[in-house]
Design a protein around this ligand. Structure first.
Ligand code: SF4
Length: 438
């Protein structure tokens, strides 16, 4: 997973570029990078780690250039540079190639080679994508990409003449914004308000846009079928301040919370959340149920996002470390606790519920913002391994098995139709694969 921001500005863009990209940090914390074009020359830098730790804003200030691309990534080092007969470009890629092994073999048969420090058995998706774009040119290359891969993507290429950005079938967000000085394309709109950028619109599935000194231009609209919006963006991945495909992430979560309150009522003393992604659901539930919303876990501000950690052990350690229970508010209370989803269930079983019970909670009722996950995500989110999912791993047959396993007094999950209601999109336009619905 990754997040990127491309900008053309009448002013030198580095400040807005790096600040804007830092608002996407939740989309990836492993690598970060930036690139600019100045006087026909491209320069770029990338590092392992978080953007604000790796780049000193004061030192970056002197960098000149009106066109730029910033990126954060949980997987591969970005941006990737390519030089071909179509010119030089730098690529940022939020996506996956399910058929990466076959694509690598096809490209090798076609005579291409991969240089760099790659393990021959594993070529990163972004490198494969970069080859296709370099071979065919940016626009035809994106069209080729949409024909040759199974998976999904949003991407941006920084060229000397502008930024070319594109969206695949809809699972990966991409949005356009502007202010008096700048035109911006970005993974999420949460980067906009503090840069005084207004949303123009989402990039449509299949659309390829060019951003330069003239503004935005659609250079091609590909026929992509079926369009599938990335439901898990609203459920968990995206920042609550983002608006994705016309739907406020916070309002989506509030609506689901209210639906859960109506469907699974509890006479509780308080409603709280697993921070941060459970907050929107808790607020919606508390308002609809007329029960006080109270914080019982405080998130340690300097923790990483547990989902973006590499190994299972790292994720579990980070998940435990990041939450500090407010034990005096928990003792003797009947609690509704909201969370975005249950994927592996390990954090809920081994950390959240025992910590609430040992702090003296009388009852713990979990309300979950999406249906029970039943399958892997083939698109680079939740988990790549079906066997890691709680429901599959434990051979469960229904939600009550989950309740018993997690030691909860009750559990209630949102239904697929709730996701459609909260997003205002038809069910058939939502990606629901990870819930076992194709
Ligand atoms: S399968 Fe689930 S997590 Fe993966 S893209 Fe679809 S909605 Fe998102």
């Amino acid at each position: 997973m990754s997040g990127f921001l491309g900008i053309y500005s009448k002013e030198h863009c580095i400040r807005d570029l790096v600040w804007g990209t830092s608002y996407l940090q939740h989309r990836g914390q492993k690598y970060c990078g930036w690139a600019v074009v100045h006087n026909g020359k491209m320069s770029y830098d990338h590092h392992k780690g978080k953007l604000r730790e790796k780049f000193n804003f004061d030192q970056l200030k002197s960098i000149e250039g009106h066109l730029g691309l910033g990126v954060v990534s949980s997987g591969d080092r970005q941006p990737v540079s390519e030089l071909s007969k179509y010119g030089e470009f730098l690529l940022a890629y939020d996506g996956n190639v399910m058929s990466a092994g076959e694509l690598k073999e096809e490209l090798l048969r076609e005579g291409h080679s991969f240089t760099g420090h790659y393990d021959p058995t594993y070529i990163p998706d972004i490198v494969l994508v970069g080859k296709i774009l370099a071979l065919n040119g940016p626009v035809d290359g994106i069209e080729q990409l949409s024909r040759r891969i199974s998976g999904d993507y949003s991407l941006a290429l920084l060229t000397k003449g502008g930024i070319i950005a594109a969206r695949g079938w809809g699972r990966k967000p991409l949005i356009l914004g502007r202010n008096e000085d700048s035109w911006v394309v970005c993974s999420e709109s949460c980067a906009f308000p503090n840069l005084d950028i207004e949303i123009v619109r989402d990039v449509r599935p299949g659309e390829i846009v060019l951003i330069n000194e003239k503004g935005f231009e659609t250079v091609k609209q590909l026929e992509v079928k079926p369009v599938k919006y990335g439901t898990f963006e609203w459920v968990y991945t995206a920042n609550a301040a983002s608006i994705i495909d016309g739907v406020s992430v916070e309002q989506f979560r509030n609506t689901i919370g209210a639906i859960l309150a109506e469907r699974y009522p509890v006479e509780a003393d308080l409603v709280s959340e697993i921070p941060n992604s459970g907050i929107g659901y808790a607020l919606g539930y508390a308002r609809a149920a007329g029960i006080p919303h109270t914080r019982i876990f405080v998130k340690y501000d300097y923790a990483d996002r547990s989902f973006t950690q590499g190994t299972k052990e790292e994720r579990e350690e980070e998940a435990r470390r990041k939450l500090i229970p407010l034990t005096s508010l928990i003792k003797g209370k009947k609690i509704v606790i909201t969370d975005d989803s249950i994927v592996r269930g390990t954090q809920t079983k081994e950390s959240h519920v025992p910590r609430l019970k040992s702090a003296g909670a009388r009852e713990v009722h979990a309300r979950i913002g999406c249906p029970l996950l039943r399958d892997k995500c083939g698109y680079g989110k939740t988990t790549k391994e079906k066997k890691e999912i709680l429901f599959v791993r434990m051979g469960m047959s229904n939600e009550d098995d989950v309740r018993k396993f997690l030691g909860l007094d009750s559990v209630g999950f949102a239904l697929p139709e709730d996701l459609a209601e909260a997003s205002g999109k038809p069910l058939e336009e939502l990606c629901l694969s990870c819930w076992g619905i194709s």
